[in-house]
Design a protein around this ligand. Sequence first.
Ligand code: HEM
Length: 274
Amino acid sequence: MARRRQWSSGGVAAAAVLGLLSVLCAGHPAPGGFPLQPRFYEHTCPQMQAIVGAIVARAHAEDPRMAASLLRLHFHDCFVQGCDASVLLDADGSGRFVTEKRSNPNRDSLRGFEVIDEIKAAVEHACPRVVSCADIVAVAARDSVVLTGGPGWEVPLGRRDSLTASLSGSNNLIPAPNDSLPTIIGKFANQGLDVVDLVALSGGHTIGDSRCVSFRQRLYGQNNNGQVDRTLNPAYAAELRGRCPRSDGDQNLFALDPASQFRFDTSTTTTSSP
Ligand code: HEM
């Protein structure tokens, strides 16, 4: 993750979200400690961005939710050990580390691994042993935003891939849906991101889905006392309860932005009480 801001503060709109996403990308230094830079593969793998773009576009055409999933994959990668592709690693059986795929925020939830695998295979075929998976994840996230209607940005490149993952880091560093605001602010601060960054990056929820289990307690109370969160629009809460019952349907999916589920835009559905 970047430890400093690289954008001018202004409106918290899609442009800001995207500026921040390019900062999310600026994590680990290139080999030899050189700063990341967009033309890192200009001579060694000039096809890299085209390959990523083509496969992401096909995956998005087959499954429109995939764009959201690839964006979130980048976020969950970057919050643990920096943007180093640690989120992709499976346990190697030696007990050296436990995969982040099993963490609370990722298990039964994080998606897009097979798309990254496909891109990596194609890139390896074109330019063996040159392009890092962390860079592929970062470019795929940018392309996903563009494909869903958001603006693009230049992705700084040259990240190195991690050889280890951190299950505890994934559990503890990525914000949970029931974290308090101060806790979430603290978790962003850990990454060198401030409150403006937090608000802007949360705009990533303009696309994609949430499972019932992730927000059930807002429908039935922190202590399962049946009390709906009073900040929720009552009609919307009733609609959600219809498909997110108190004790079933954990995996039922709901659009995060029901009015434009697959559009990276600045409109939001009113979900709170007037
Ligand atoms: C601010 C703290 C955040 C919290 C507490 C949070 C929490 C969540 C939760 C609970 C879900 C639903 C997961 C599920 O039920 O399977 C989700 C989905 C999603 N989040 Fe976040 N998130 C945060 C920040 C971000 C950021 C910074 C981004 C990217 C810029 C992002 C992008 C997404 C996307 C795109 C989805 C939908 C993924 C899909 O449909 O596969 N989130 N988030």
